[in-house]
Ligand binder design. Structure first.
Ligand SMILES: NC(=O)c1ccc[n+]([C@@H]2O[C@H](COP(=O)([O-])OP(=O)(O)OC[C@H]3O[C@@H](n4cnc5c(N)ncnc54)[C@H](OP(=O)(O)O)[C@@H]3O)[C@@H](O)[C@H]2O)c1
Length: 264
């Protein structure tokens, strides 16, 4: 099974980033762009990413249709797509909070996959979860190939997608908040802000690379920088005293609960 012709419906932030990533890895594949805002499709066309098309043209013989519209538009867009997709066409949704049953009902198409990417997809460093239940091996393979062009991919059950939203969907905001706090900490300790920003960013990036490249448990690596009675254990105690781990866990839990409420 092929990814192409691939149709992107909704050429906004996420959709455009996805097809740019796809184009980098698959320079030859045919990409058709559907969005009422012509400035968005024209920009992508000028970058050589794909060509604008009407919905009818776009769907003709499509292998994959990526749905990257806002969830509140599903009923309108679904009505214009209803019954118009070929039997072989796989719809891949990146919409938050819309389950596969709603997608199938709205689109009148049984071949629907649900994925949950996150914002760093825009720079090719996304984290995407694919809900595997109900997908055939070849459909899952297509979704993996598509989403792997813009970052790392994991497989989950659809019942776990709210937890994915709470962790990696909302996660970039938590990490950004941590980055800001680290930077402010440096400023509080007397560093100039640009110096503090650079050190904070390089520390986060470097630590993640170290975990990936060594394959060692975070606990083991942490032990290597935490000498008895030293500076790091004093910093860590301040985080423990303020329940930092519990606060982060509760952030994921609260966002997961909210995702469930919104999807209900
Ligand atoms: N941002 C995130 O971190 C994130 C993470 C995971 C999943 N998502 C999901 O990704 C999806 C897209 O989000 P986004 O931030 O990329 O939104 P966005 O920038 O608003 O993009 C949506 C695009 O769809 C277009 N559109 C509106 N009506 C359409 C129609 N009838 N046919 C085709 N296109 C139409 C919009 O055009 P107009 O602007 O002219 O209305 C816009 O260009 C959402 O469902 C969201 O839940 C986002």
């Amino acid at each position: 099974m092929s990814l192409f012709p691939l149709v992107l419906i909704g050429c906004g932030n996420m959709g455009a980033a996805l097809v740019r990533g796809l184009r980098r890895i698959h320079p030859e594949g045919e990409i058709r762009l559907v969005d009422p805002d012509q400035s968005k499709t024209s920009l992508l066309e000028s970058e050589g990413v794909g060509r604008p098309a009407s919905l009818e043209e776009a769907l003709e013989g499509a292998a994959v249709v990526v749905l990257a519209i806002k969830p509140q538009l599903l009923s309108t867009v679904g009505a214009s797509l209803h019954g118009k997709m070929g039997e072989q066409t796989l719809v891949v949704s990146i919409m938050a909070g819309v389950d596969r049953k709603r997608l199938r009902d709205a689109l009148g198409s049984p071949r629907v996959a649900r994925t949950m990417p996150n914002l760093p997809l825009m720079v090719g460093a996304g984290a995407t979860a694919i809900a595997t239940d109900g997908l055939s091996a070849s459909e899952l393979g297509l979704c993996r190939t598509l989403m792997a062009t813009v970052g790392s991919v994991v497989e989950v059950l659809e019942s776990q997608i709210d937890a994915v939203t709470g962790l990696s969907g909302s996660g970039p905001a938590y990490v950004l908040r941590f980055l800001q706090a680290l930077e402010d900490g440096g400023v509080l300790a007397g560093l100039a802000r640009p110096v503090s920003r650079e050190l904070a960013m390089a520390t986060i990036e470097g630590t993640l690379s170290m975990v990936r490249q060594t394959g060692l448990e975070p606990e083991v690596l942490r032990g290597q920088v935490t000498s008895p009675g030293g500076t790091t254990i004093h910093g860590l105690k301040a985080l423990e005293d303020r329940a930092f781990p519990a606060a982060v866990m509760e952030a994921v839990a609260a966002a997961t609960r909210r995702s469930k409420e919104l999807g209900a």
